[in-house]
Write a new protein. Structure first.
Length: 465
């Protein structure tokens, strides 16, 4: 058992082998539950909400308004990130994980209870937006909390692999959420619009109960315990320290998170385009999402394991630019109506190539910040970026041309966002081979690392842009 001391903090690294696995499993299961709730909303926005909450609009406008309510959830995420980041860095990762699952479950269940526009008029979409904002506020701290928790429990040489389970849980939540919609989407339209669409939201009552039970049993990370014991009053406002000393990395994470545009266009806009414009089968398109994300469950940890050997940056850049370029192939396949091409392009784009960045960013972003501002840095940076990516389906619906050939501007938008993300990460320093204790011992007043870390980078050839 060893007890290294770096900078201000001293913490024990002699934990048993089971601890990283428990942390990864808890983060995986929690993300499954959290993002089941978050993603069933996206499917409902594409398939149902335009008719239920905006029935007086023409179909195109109703779809646009419905997709806008999906994007509204991302508005609350940057605001929630400041709150969740402060809570997690000041009072602990575990508190954030318990709060996020409870808030998300409550908001999702209540969405399933909402009266329609025909019942209460304009108050129906107003209440829908309010609950979507609560969902977004909750999601703002979920991944940053789970990633910080897992990263700080993981062994140094396997940080990429263990933190990737958070994103694996996200993909599993999407699979389950989409699978729930398969029988619902096949219902007669009058039943679907009257009560069928509510069932996936009501199931969140089970989701939140299971999530709370699992997360109550978690132990706080040894890194945070050391900070709480030694930092005292100096840690009262971690966000202030973050924005003063680490703003460059916050900016890098923010722009890097624009790579999520691939995911939101794939899961929301492309589904609406396929069903409403190309008139493809609803159930078949839901199966595309399920199969694609089942593939991602395998490729995410594989890419993450590779990043522990060759580095985070090259794989992230490949995944971001590659998946952005493949959006042309995917939307083009949808426009052609060829289901075989749709499955092939979707699996290659989202299931394989996008997973190269999606499985790596939890460790990449977490390693950009020392422990005392880690959750804040990841939460604020990612949620601002995700907020911009979350509105991509709304922007896409506005810029898309008429008919089945109108997808080209949407694909160009996606590629542009992906290239920006890759450029931002290209300026970051490589950290896959830097011990976490050394990262946590970086100088506390600037973005520059202390001398031991600089010496380590000189030996390994890594550099800070």
């Amino acid at each position: 058992m060893s007890t290294p001391s770096h900078g201000r903090y001293t913490y024990d690294t002699g934990e048993g082998a089971k601890t990283p696995k428990k942390a990864a499993l808890a983060s995986f299961v929690g993300s499954v539950l959290e993002y089941y709730d978050f993603f069933i909303y996206g499917t409902a926005a594409a398939l149902v909400f335009g008719k239920v909450f905006f029935p007086d609009s023409d179909p195109a406008t109703g779809t646009l308004l419905s997709l806008a309510t999906f994007g509204v959830g991302y508005v609350a995420r940057p605001i929630g990130a400041f709150f969740m980041g402060h809570l997690g860095d000041r009072y602990g990762r575990k508190r954030v994980l318990l709060l996020t699952i409870t808030m998300m479950g409550l908001a999702t269940f209540l969405i399933g209870c909402l009266p329609t526009y025909n019942a209460i008029g304009v108050w129906a979409p107003v209440l829908l937006v309010a609950l979507r904002l609560l969902q977004g506020f909750s999601a703002s701290g979920e991944q940053a909390g789970a990633n910080s928790f897992t990263l700080e429990h993981a062994p140094d040489r396997r940080r990429g692999y263990f933190t990737s389970f958070t994103l694996g849980g996200t993909q599993a939540g999407l699979v389950i959420g989409t699978a729930v919609w398969l029988p619902i989407g096949a219902m007669p339209e009058d039943q679907l619009l009257s009560w069928g669409w509510r069932i996936p939201f009501w199931l969140s009552a089970i989701v939140v109960a299971v999530g709370v039970i699992i997360r109550r049993r978690l132990d706080e990370t040894p890194v945070f315990k050391a900070i709480a014991a030694e930092a005292g009053d100096a840690q009262k406002v971690p966000v202030a320290i973050l924005l003063r000393d680490h703003w460059r990395n916050v900016l890098r994470v923010t722009i890097g998170a624009l790579a999520s545009t691939v995911s939101t266009i794939f899961s929301v806009y492309a589904l609406s385009f396929a069903i409403d414009t190309v008139n493809l089968y609803k159930t078949t398109m839901l199966w595309v999402a399920i199969v694609t994300n089942l593939v991602a469950l395998l490729t995410i940890p594989a890419w993450a394991r590779l990043s522990d050997r060759v580095g985070r940056k090259p794989l992230f850049i490949f995944g971001a630019i590659g998946s952005g370029a493949l959006m042309f192939a995917y939307l083009g396949a949808i426009a052609s109506g060829d289901y075989a091409l749709i499955f092939l392009a979707g699996i290659l784009m989202s299931g394989v190539v996008y997973s190269a960045q999606n499985g790596i960013w939890p460790s990449l972003y977490g390693e950009m910040f020392p422990a005392r501002v880690r959750l804040s840095g990841m939460a604020i940076g990612t949620q601002i970026g995700f907020a911009m990516g979350g509105f991509a389906p709304t922007v896409a619906a506005a810029i898309a041309g008429d008919g089945t050939g109108g997808w080209v501007p949407v694909a160009a938008l996606t590629l542009g966002a992906s290239v920006l993300a890759a450029i931002a990460i290209a300026t970051a320093r490589e950290t896959f081979d830097v011990p976490l204790a050394q990262i946590d011992g970086l100088a506390t007043t600037t973005d520059r690392p202390a001398a031991p870390a600089r010496a380590h980078r000189q030996r390994t050839g890594a550099g800070m842009a």
